[in-house]
Design a protein around this ligand. Structure first.
Ligand code: 5GP
Length: 136
């Protein structure tokens, strides 16, 4: 969700508020989803895109990224339920297409303690090796 003048508190002038909103909300995934920087999509629809992770942590590691600019899972609202289910469904579809046959792990890192680095909602799908538990 983008900030608007209404939800940035204080007495900042309009142009500064807009600048803050861009700095706060824009991420590399926002630029990828909007096709401002090129990326190869394993899947694309009106709700999400799928890209390979730039630093793979397993032989297969791809990301299902929402088109909607939700900063994190915690920010999802009731009407996002269909989107969240759709992203899981797309994860399973692309896992099949990528030939992951022996199981995989789906991860959402949410917020600081969750280890989230890019504040634009995404699922990780990791496969092609045995995963450890607890994840650490
Ligand atoms: P997080 O820590 O937010 O759950 O995951 C962010 C993921 O995005 C990391 O696994 C990181 O390797 C990946 N990543 C960061 N920048 C880029 C990028 O520019 N392109 C791609 N494809 N992945 C990225």
């Amino acid at each position: 969700m983008r900030f608007s003048e209404k939800n940035i508190p204080g007495s900042l002038n309009h142009s500064l508020q807009i600048k803050m909103a861009d700095e706060v909300d824009d991420t590399i995934f926002g630029k990828i989803v909007r096709k401002e920087i090129p990326a190869k999509f394993l899947h694309e629809d009106e709700q999400c895109v799928v890209i390979k992770d730039i630093h793979p942590q397993a032989p297969h590691h791809f990301l299902v990224v929402s088109v909607k600019e939700l900063r994190k899972l915690e920010d999802a609202v009731e009407t996002d339920q269909q989107l969240l289910g759709h992203m899981m469904w797309v994860a399973t579809k692309v896992a099949k297409e990528e030939g992951i046959t022996n199981g995989y792990r789906i991860v959402i890192n949410d917020g600081a303690d969750g280890g989230q680095n890019v504040y634009h909602l995404h699922l990780h799908v990791l496969g092609g090796r045995k995963m450890n538990w607890p994840p650490g």
